[in-house]
Design a protein around this ligand. Structure first.
Ligand SMILES: [Ca+2]
Ligand SMILES: [Ca+2]
Ligand SMILES: [Ca+2]
Ligand SMILES: [Ca+2]
Length: 292
């Protein structure tokens, strides 16, 4: 306001310029400092936007199968055919109902993006048995217990994180919860399926990231998924929050009854692109500091 008044009171243009120049000269060091901070913030914001973009660019990729065969299978034949025994595709757990609509087929990992595929309809469930959540073990310690019956129990069975999937009407979303402290989950309904415990997260733990949208695909072909049985369903979630871990991570999913059990395993590998971007960002910051 003082500057405006000063200019208004002075009718000589040359004096205006000299006055403005001297004001800038006086504040130049402070101005440079504030510009430095602004440029640093812009560079950091740019990196955040770029990283977020990278994480969201992967979707429903059907390469790099990280499914682990759990060594358990039904010996029954289905529709006159013996299903594969050393496989999780065309396979259900011992004594369970075999049909593509009950078949959990596999996990794929593309970067940090996890894609889960099944002949089972994750959104609708099957025969009133609902879809579960994806449980994650990061320390190799699991505490299996023979609970059953779908009543909530005060344990996470040794799992350390859960991808809490939400398929309530009009929702295709998920959030990530670290299973620390007092956590409640539900065991599978049938006692012969306790291998699949737990099927669902109930409450407790600490939210790592809030609700975000889920990609969900239906009616996928064998050629698209590389699995058998036809009519596959798939969803994907981002496991970027585990990128700092450099040892094996275990994955687990089942449905309410535990008819089929899906396990996965992988070790996060830092992406070369991530290092390159970090390098560019750091060089930028160094260059700005040198100019100062
Ligand atoms: Ca199995
Ligand atoms: Ca299948
Ligand atoms: Ca299966
Ligand atoms: Ca664990």
């Amino acid at each position: 306001m003082a500057l405006i008044l000063h200019i208004c009171q002075n009718h000589n243009l040359l004096i205006h310029q000299i006055t403005l120049g001297s004001i800038y000269e006086i504040d130049y060091t402070a101005w440079r400092g504030s510009m430095m901070r602004r440029i640093t913030i812009i560079v950091l914001l740019f990196l955040v936007i770029v990283f977020t973009g990278i994480q969201q660019s992967y979707a429903l990729s059907f390469t790099n199968n990280v499914t682990v065969y759990d060594g358990k299978y039904s010996t029954a034949t289905y529709a006159g055919q013996q299903w594969y025994l050393q496989n999780e595709d065309q396979e259900v757990e011992p004594g369970m109902i075999g049909a593509q609509s009950w078949d959990l087929e596999g996990f794929f990992l593309n970067g940090s993006e996890l894609t889960m595929v099944g002949g089972y309809n994750f959104f609708q469930g099957n025969d009133n048995f609902l879809s579960g959540d994806i449980f994650i073990d990061v320390d190799g310690i699991l505490n299996p217990a023979n609970n059953s019956g779908n009543s909530s129990v005060n344990t996470a069975f040794g799992y350390d994180y859960v991808i809490d999937l939400d398929f309530t009407p009009n929702n295709y979303r998920y959030r990530v919860i670290e299973l620390t402290g007092s956590v409640y989950t539900q065991p599978v309904y049938y006692s012969q399926n306790v291998l699949g415990n737990p099927w669902a997260y109930v409450s407790g733990g600490t939210e790592v990231s809030g609700w975000q949208s889920l990609n969900y695909a239906t009616g996928l072909t064998n050629a698209q998924t590389e699995f058998l049985g036809g009519n596959h369903y798939a969803l994907d979630v981002d496991l970027g929050f585990l990128s700092g871990i450099n040892h094996k991570i275990g994955l687990h999913y089942t449905m309410q009854c535990g008819n089929d059990n899906l396990m996965g395993e992988y070790t996060p590998v830092p992406e070369p692109g991530t290092f390159a971007l970090l390098g560019v960002g750091l060089l930028g910051l160094i260059a700005i500091r040198r100019k100062k």
